[in-house]
Ligand binder design. Structure first.
Ligand SMILES: NC(=O)c1ccc[n+]([C@@H]2O[C@H](COP(=O)([O-])OP(=O)(O)OC[C@H]3O[C@@H](n4cnc5c(N)ncnc54)[C@H](OP(=O)(O)O)[C@@H]3O)[C@@H](O)[C@H]2O)c1
Length: 375
């Protein structure tokens, strides 16, 4: 036994009886193949996308702690009527955590130069003490960058950069973005300011307006205000932002964006058409911060599209060359454009404590949690 081949991994399982169980399991890591490394995980964030797998549709008011001090267990019931949504994972002990960072403690013969380096990693199963993966799924951190700096260098950075790349691929020249004060939204603002891309930010509080204005954002519109639609339409008319990325998903927001886009486009029409404007309008829904039904309403003409957007699908379409170019930019601007901040650093066992679960599942602005599995 050595610290390179024994690990402790967080797992999430849904049982036939409709219970979600979180626990820690011992795992044995095989020696790395020639192109693989073994990394001691030292920092891994809890992102909204991790929460979907970690907690599923569980009812947090039913949380019950069990197990022992070093092998705790947390159980909770699923919300009524949600079993069908997760039937594909019933009975499967699932590893969690999309990305992380740590130190290479074993390396295959082709990548032996990575031994001892600190790296950022993408590949799932990061809520663990030791992770084996292909060296190509790691980025060696630049000088002066800590594991906390590198822990979130894939998901949000590549997604926000992906939005601007998607914009170019689709032939648009400006963007609308929702839940825009998120960690990802702050990165998108920095990219757009640097690259000269007009960005219309939609937030839901005065504090979020201030946060983005302080970064340098020009257009920040508060959806909780009475003049929201008017201000949104003005900003879209000014910027020609007929492409939107919506993290909220549920509710009426995506439909309101399409309506504002159509109203902005109609300002340029010289002749009435009962089909609305000929301006093509696109909203990509890329998150489910509101898990309710998506209500698009009626009336944004007939020249529009709403579709889902997922980073992995985008990278598949964009191709390896583009993906490597994006990764290189993230590495170069890791401590500026793509900097993430965390309110709390917790241990793997903390992830299973009911009061801590309630705090990290909030997905509130500026309240991201980082796990340090070495704690
Ligand atoms: N599709 C993909 O490939 C992909 C990739 C990466 C990330 N994402 C998604 O990107 C989003 C942002 O991730 P992040 O890590 O940047 O999040 P984050 O830093 O945790 O921030 C979440 C933000 O969402 C806001 N919010 C939460 N619930 C909301 C609601 N119902 N309506 C409006 N705003 C709400 C919060 O504002 P308050 O403080 O006001 O609650 C906060 O500003 C997530 O939805 C995530 O799933 C998707």
């Amino acid at each position: 036994m050595s610290d390179t081949n024994q690990g402790l991994e967080l797992r999430s399982t849904i049982t036939e009886a409709g219970t979600l169980v979180l626990n820690l399991e011992d795992v044995t890591i095989d020696a790395p193949a020639a192109d693989e490394v073994v990394v001691r995980v030292e920092a891994t964030p809890i992102n909204p996308s991790d929460l979907g797998l970690l907690l599923g549709p569980a009812d947090l008011s039913t949380m019950q702690s069990g197990g022992s001090a070093d092998r705790p267990e947390l159980t909770m019931d699923l919300h009524k009527g949600t079993m069908n949504m997760v039937k594909g994972r019933v009975g499967e002990s699932m590893a969690v955590g999309n990305e992380g960072a740590g130190t290479v403690i074993a390396a295959g013969s082709d990548v032996s130069d990575m031994m001892g380096k600190t790296v950022g990693m993408l590949g799932g199963a990061m809520y663990t003490t030791v992770r084996k993966l292909k060296a190509r799924d790691c980025i060696i951190l630049p000088d002066g960058a800590s594991v906390a700096d590198g822990a979130s260098m894939f998901v949000n950075p590549l997604t926000s950069l992906g939005f601007t790349e998607q914009m170019k691929m689709d032939g648009f020249k400006a963007l609308v973005h929702t839940a825009a004060a998120s960690n990802l939204g702050q990165m998108l603002n920095k990219i757009c300011i640097k690259d000269g891309i007009p960005l219309v930010n939609i937030v839901r509080s005065d504090a979020q307006v201030k946060l983005l204005k302080d970064i340098g954002a020009t257009y920040v519109i508060d959806s909780s205000k009475d003049d929201f639609m008017e201000k949104l339409t003005d900003a879209i008319a000014e910027t020609e932002a007929f492409l939107g990325f919506d993290a909220v998903g549920g509710g009426k927001l995506a439909g309101k964006i399409l309506h504002a886009m159509e109203a902005a486009a109609q300002r340029n029409m010289t002749e009435y058409s009962r089909y609305g404007s000929s301006q093509f309008k696109q909203v990509y829904i890329y998150g489910a911060l509101d898990t309710g039904p998506i209500d698009l309403g009626r009336g944004p003409g007939l020249t529009w599209s709403v579709s889902g957007w997922l980073l992995t699908n985008f990278l598949g379409k964009a191709g390896m060359e583009k993906a490597l170019e994006m990764r290189a930019r993230v590495k170069d601007e890791l401590k500026t454009t793509f900097a993430s901040s965390y309110t709390e650093t917790i241990s793997l066992t903390d992830v299973l404590k009911p009061d801590v679960v309630k705090a990290y599942q909030n997905k509130s602005t500026g309240e991201k949690y980082l796990i340090d599995p070495t704690k």
